[in-house]
Design a protein around this ligand. Structure first.
Ligand SMILES: [Zn+2]
Length: 187
């Protein structure tokens, strides 16, 4: 595994930014939209989709525009090195993609995974595709570390987001984004 020379700095400064007690200010991530058939239909069709078009929560940083998707992160990330790859157009399931688009997305995912491992020095890169509350195809990238709060098991994504066991300071986030852009080969 290739190691980014800045990994050590990233890890140390990242750990210093750990905090607890934060409550998410993004209520759209929660609720039970499956029980509201109108709402769920509008989310599935893209009509009420927050990930479509130019709408972007102000805290979200676009790291790179890729072949079929855009790579994003945010200062209040649920996990150190967390990134989210969001499909450029509205689609819900992997099987909704045409062959060419699916191949492009897989290429985006592989490039992201490789770059993330290089920049974070993670022992494992987990990839989650859910879409339970926001059914616009997106993949969460969660680098895993020795001693992380979920070692040897799956990440409880909602707990991680609710408690913000990790968050970046602005300077650490800026360097992380810069390093990832370089590793991905983005402009
Ligand atoms: Zn959408």
């Amino acid at each position: 595994m290739r190691r980014c020379p800045r990994v050590a700095t990233f890890l140390v400064s990242g750990m210093a930014a750990v905090k607890g007690g934060h409550v998410s200010e993004r209520p759209e991530l929660y609720g039970r939209p499956w029980r509201d058939s109108e709402r769920w239909r509008a989310l599935l069709s893209g009509e009420a989709c927050d990930l479509c078009g130019d709408h972007k929560p102000p805290e979200v940083v676009v790291i790179a525009e890729m072949g079929a998707s855009r790579l994003t992160t945010e200062e209040g990330a649920p996990f150190r090195g967390y990134c989210c790859l969001v499909l450029n157009r509205h689609a819900v399931e992997l099987h909704d993609l045409e062959q060419e688009e699916a191949a492009l997305l897989m290429d985006d995912m592989r490039r992201t995974s490789r770059a993330l491992q290089e920049v974070t020095g993670a022992v494992k890169i987990n990839v989650d595709i859910h879409g339970n509350t926001m059914p616009h195809l997106h993949a969460h990238f969660l680098p895993r570390y020795v001693g992380d709060p979920y070692e040897e098991g799956p990440i409880d994504f909602r707990r991680a987001r609710d408690t913000a066991e990790f968050t970046y300071g602005p300077e650490v986030l800026r360097r992380f984004v810069e390093d990832l852009r370089t590793a991905i080969g983005a402009d």
